[in-house]
Write a protein of this length. Sequence first.
Length: 559
Amino acid sequence: MKLSSAQLHDVLVGSGFVTEKDFQSAVKSSEEMHIDIPDILIFRGIISEQALGQLISEYLKTPFVTIGQQIIPMEVLDLVPEKMARAHMVVPFALDKGTLKLAMVDPTDFEALEFVRRHTGLAVQNYFATIQDIRKALGQYKRNIAKDFEKIIAENIKLAGVKSEDILKVAEDLPTIKILNTILEYAIAEGTSDIHIERLTTEVMVRFRIDGLLRDIIALPARVEEALVARIKILANLKIDEHRIPQDGRYKYDMSGEVVAFRVSIIPGYYGENVVLRLLPETTRPHSLEELGFTGKSLKTIKHHIHRPHGMILVTGPTGSGKTTTLYSVLNMLNNIGVKICTIEDPIEYGLNRLTQIQVNTKSGLTFAAGLRALLRHDPDIMMVGEVRDTETAEIAIHAALTGHLVLTTLHTNDAPGAVPRLLDMGVEGYLLASTLNIVIAQRLVRKICMNCLMEVKPDTDTLDYFKRILGKDISKQKFYGGKGCKECGGTGYKGRIGIYELFEVSEEIRKLTIRRASGDDLKEQARKEGMKTMLEDGIDKVSSGQTTLAEILRAVKE
């Protein structure tokens, strides 16, 4: 049962959790952007998904349950067929004394309840769960893929051995399709960010990047490589007979209602072509800043600055540190019919409704600088530049911020204060930078402890001494946690990732230092006096709350 706007108003505004102004703004954006009101309220940070679910469950007079992080026994999941569970958005999550507990997006769906009763022969207790939680839990049906993965691949490899001159036919044959689909579905179920298909001397190695680290998954016979790569090229609309130059493409895969876009990169190697597929889920709601890991003063500061009418917001960090995800979350918060948002990206990661998005194409002369210059003539209010790579792009972005636009962009620096001397070194005038830069966010991604095998641990003395020296305080008295390692996390003790952040706000004193071309150390010292929390300190806070480990913080930001 999808609550109407009037019902949601009664639930949210009536409870005092959401103000009338915020609710009406969300209603307006929902009509304009075709996004559900609850999703808008969540990614704007007005209410948490947990609080929203609790309020709706009370309105429906149905118990509320969170199952997104819960490990559901396969014997319980198997009581309701996956196809039926996805069709009705229901998930069985526990069996208690002959009663099946069923999480539902719509607890009033009596047809689904009756089907489950008849199919299982059990009494059914219905619970309300949010749609995001249900979607996460539905992914657990694919845990069977892990068990059957090698068997399915082996069976289809036997059928896939044919001559290379028949490559187009083989790429369209069922065994090749089944091999690729099995790899894709296993990757989606495991929460993979990238699939690597690498041609080695005598085999093809398939690797998944999970939580930032690569894992070997399966070795395939070399003879299936041509057919597998050809199949990917067909899906991504690439040239099948071209093997000498790199090719890039994109396609979408629908796994029982869960749509994932795959960004394809194919390059020629010594033994054959290598493929990397970047997974970009399209059916999941954008993350709110809170869900990304922003908290306390940092969260308030960034919310203040993203609603300023002009200026520049910089996000810094190495490749793969989640900079683009942070910018997309901000854009989702700002996206409404009253503003024109334009982006220039390389590549475009996600397609956003009502945004003008431009893809960099250096072959045709469409660089970041050229695209940004063109966008300035397109009457934008907000612009996102994928990356400041050169002086020309930096200068155009600065002038755009100076002339009444809000500019969001990224830069490669180790910490937040270091962005200022980096831009000055690129030739930007100090007085212009001081006038336009609002905040710099430096970030890293760290792995989260697996909740299924979480346990208390005792760090070694050397690690504690290191943090005592760096932080200037003893943290040995607090509790520390880690993951023991289980099937759910692949024995790593970690599942999922969260950001650690450093927020550098440009105050009046920092503007003066910028004009004087002060060093990064001087800027950092002043920012620390004004209360800036370093990434290391933010990481320690997340260790204290049991989200990650000291080892992960050391790996991400060791000084």
